[in-house]
Design a protein around this ligand. Structure first.
Ligand SMILES: [Zn+2]
Length: 167
């Protein structure tokens, strides 16, 4: 076993001993000492001087994959946190939106016939909260959905009032 030296130091020594050698610049593995051995590979001088052996290439790929996976996990975790924050913010802002919408609808629908009823519940009427990747989540995807949900809420409100009045 040669004394433990860094691959860089080993490369310097090997290059001095075998100026035409093909070696791995990562681990200093000596792949060939004579140019005849790697001539068929048609390596350029630069390629020869920056050659990385298959093992090191694989190791590097694994490191990159790991880094990528870590990065992806980080992005996912960040996105999840962002979604959490956004949906909280979205909830509080859409609550304000709904109550504004409801009060507007109540004002404009106040003169509707009292027998008016609808089997649909506000839960069915309100569009489910779909979370968008990136950007601010929207409670309703279209203006129509939003209006329908508003109508649902005001209907429920009217029905509740009617129930209270009848009780
Ligand atoms: Zn190597």
């Amino acid at each position: 076993m040669p004394p433990m030296i860094s691959p860089q130091a080993a490369i310097v020594i090997l290059r001095r001993q075998h100026p035409d050698a093909l070696m791995c610049v990562q681990c200093a593995r000596l792949l060939a000492t004579r140019p005849e051995s790697y001539r068929s590979s048609k390596l350029t001088t630069v390629e020869r001087e920056t050659y990385v052996c298959a093992e090191c290439r694989q190791a590097l790929e694994e490191i990159e994959r790991d880094a990528e996976a870590r990065c992806e996990n980080l992005v996912l975790a960040r996105a999840a946190r962002g979604r959490q924050k956004n949906s909280d913010a979205g909830r509080s802002s859409s609550v304000g939106e709904i109550s504004r919408e409801v009060s507007e609808r109540i004002k404009s629908d106040a003169d509707l016939p009292s027998g008016f009823s609808d089997a649909r519940t506000p839960a069915q009427d309100a569009a489910p909260v779909k979370v968008h990747r990136g950007g601010r989540p929207r409670k309703y995807h279209t203006e129509k959905e939003r209006r329908q949900a508003g109508r649902g809420y005001s209907r429920a409100y009217r029905l509740r009032r009617k129930e209270i009045a009848l009780a």
